[in-house]
Write a protein that binds this ligand. Structure first.
Ligand code: PMP
Length: 285
């Protein structure tokens, strides 16, 4: 078992995988990506991730030089070559190497890169006891500037918010949209529970429409909870009974303190624990 990197049809070891410094993905963040989990040797929600990758590319006029099926197959092959049964896949498509100007017409050969490795983004203790968030002053990208639904290589917006979180001693930060409404966190979507009813911001709030978010919304509905997509303010979040985050890398993680306010009873809530155990049943059969 070892990390494997696919680049345009060829497989490399981690140390040997390289692309051009003239690649516009590197020079300008001109490209798109996906983060995908593998559980028990099976790529989780593969179609959903491949579809989002192609939609992100479509939105930035980037043509991925293969079909969706070929892309899904390449991901499967790279996972198989790595030998990992539980893994994290990073699929990246960059505009390719070009001149030292912005003009994408001067680039050629978009690079399709698939990295298969493992990931652990938050300490285990936070999954048991909950994490603390602060609200970042850096707001989420305005949808009319760079729509957060596009999972682009340009993550500076989130990275700046993440740094604000770290400076405040937190591993994740809450981001508001241009209207001051709750959007999401730097790499995760947010859910709240009030009186056993679940709420999460809608994609119109200017968020990444997370694959895990959609799955949790489905799980909530099939488990008999009322699930709403609605505008959330920071006040809603502060007075929630429960808050939790979702993401491919993060999975489901409870939040017990935000901007110094203890949320609910200050420990992972009942609804969260119920949904997380249902999620774990699906992923750890
Ligand atoms: N929001 C942002 C900004 C993200 O980068 C991610 C993915 N890391 C998510 C939400 C969660 O999306 P998904 O469940 O599809 O991984």
């Amino acid at each position: 078992m070892e990390p494997i990197v696919y680049i345009n049809g060829r497989f490399f070891k981690k140390e040997e995988a390289v692309i051009s410094v003239y690649d516009h993905g590197f020079l300008y963040g001109d490209g798109v990506f996906e983060g995908i989990r593998v559980y028990g040797g099976k790529v989780f929600k593969l179609t959903e991730h491949v579809d989002r990758l192609f939609e992100s590319a479509q939105a930035i006029w980037l043509e991925i030089p293969m079909s969706r099926k070929a892309c899904a197959d390449a991901i499967g092959q790279t996972v198989a070559k790595s030998g990992f049964k539980d893994a994290y896949v990073r699929a990246v498509v960059s505009r390719g190497a070009g001149s030292l100007g912005l003009d994408p017409r001067k680039t050629k050969d978009p690079q399709v890169i698939i990295i298969v490795d493992t990931i652990s983004i938050y300490p285990q203790e936070m999954y048991e006891k909950g994490m603390e968030l602060v609200t970042a002053s850096t707001m989420r990208n305005h949808p009319a500037a760079l729509n957060p639904r596009i999972k682009s290589l340009n993550y500076l917006n989130n990275i700046m918010a993440k740094i604000e979180g770290s400076l405040a001693g937190c591993v994740e930060a809450l981001m508001l949209n241009h209207k001051g409404e709750v959007a999401e966190c730097t790499g995760d979507n947010i859910f709240i529970v009030k009186n056993k009813v679940l709420f999460t911001p809608s994609p119109d709030a200017g968020i990444l429409d997370g694959v895990t978010r959609r799955l949790v919304m489905e799980l909530a509905k099939t488990s008999g909870y009322t699930m709403n997509e609605s505008t959330l303010t920071r006040h809603d979040v502060y007075v929630a009974d429960e808050v939790f985050l979702t993401g491919t890398a993060a999975e489901l993680i409870p939040v017990t303190k935000i901007d110094g306010r203890v949320i609910g009873e200050g420990k992972p809530g009942r609804v969260f624990l119920d949904l997380r155990s249902r999620f774990q049943e699906m992923t750890r059969e």
